[in-house]
Ligand binder design. Structure first.
Ligand SMILES: [Zn+2]
Length: 278
């Protein structure tokens, strides 16, 4: 790995606000300038089995120090945190992505949170999502969300590396690896995307987890917060980078039940439904 290719992270300005002061949290989340999320490829491409890496890691990192994605050939879930890219693989290990990594799908942002809220548990997934949603000045913006803390429960999954010919994601994720990591201390990294972007990205909340020791992590399926700090920012601009590979250019993304399939892929444990995305 070439030293210095990782991103350097600046010090953001953050308003510390009580979770009960809804108006203050919401006010601190209003984007004053067009803060951007950059997305590389679309979820539909993964659904269709386009798992080959396309975008060089340094090119993705150039657009954001914070985010989520998946590895080449579904080799692990990626977590972009503090300007580093970590890969959580199905053998339960975490490694750094190297400079030569080609990434098939990612979404990243320059994380400069405008609000910080202390969260006291126990707070399960439903409760956390309802609380964070209540802070949004509007559900029609994107939000970058980070939750650092201790979790009583953290159920994650990692896809199993695929080989050509690739099968659709719904089939592949029947055999995803799932791990119960809790109790654990670490960071949930992710985004809220408005419903109308389902298929471009994953609508709703989408988090990946990485523990503080950088030893375990993956796509969050379920969790329970013991105690944590929530930081987030609104994103009012999106840049979409599309692959120019022959596979992408000739793919047919028409799928009657795409919305249902994506929901299942992104939130279901094995046996409940089907697959898991990036
Ligand atoms: Zn994911």
């Amino acid at each position: 790995m070439t030293p210095g290719w990782q991103r350097r992270v600046g010090a953001p300005h953050v308003s510390e606000v009580s979770a009960t002061d809804l108006r203050a949290v919401t006010a601190a989340l209003r984007p004053t300038i067009a803060v951007n999320i950059t997305q590389f490829s679309v979820i539909h491409a993964l659904m269709a089995g386009l798992y080959d890496g396309v975008f060089p890691a340094p090119q993705v990192l150039e657009k954001g120090d914070f985010g989520i994605g998946c590895g080449h050939a579904l080799n692990g879930e990626l977590v972009f945190v503090d300007g580093e890219i970590y890969r959580c693989t199905s053998d339960g290990s975490v490694t750094r992505a190297d400079e030569g990594e080609l990434i098939p799908f990612a979404e990243v942002a320059e994380f400069a949170p405008t609000v910080s809220v202390a969260l006291e548990g126990p707070l399960a997934r439903d409760g956390l999502e309802a609380l964070v949603s209540s802070f949004f000045p509007s559900p029609n913006l994107f939000f970058a969300i980070r939750i650092d803390g201790t979790f009583d429960r953290m159920l994650v999954r990692e896809p199993i590396r695929q080989h050509h010919p690739f099968r659709p994601l719904v089939e592949v994720m029947q055999t995803q690896n799932e791990s119960e990591l809790g109790p654990t201390t670490g960071s949930m990294i992710g985004f809220w995307a408005p419903q109308i972007y389902q298929g471009v990205t994953v609508a709703g909340f989408h988090f990946h987890y990485l523990d503080d020791a950088r030893e375990v992590g993956g796509h969050c399926l379920d969790y329970a917060i013991s105690s944590a700090t929530l930081t987030m920012q609104a994103l009012s601009s999106i840049t979409l980078r599309l692959p120019q590979t022959p596979e992408f250019l000739t793919a047919d993304f028409a799928q009657a039940d795409a919305d249902l399939a994506i929901r299942r892929v992104e939130s279901s444990a094995v046996g409940v439904a089907s697959a898991g995305g990036q």
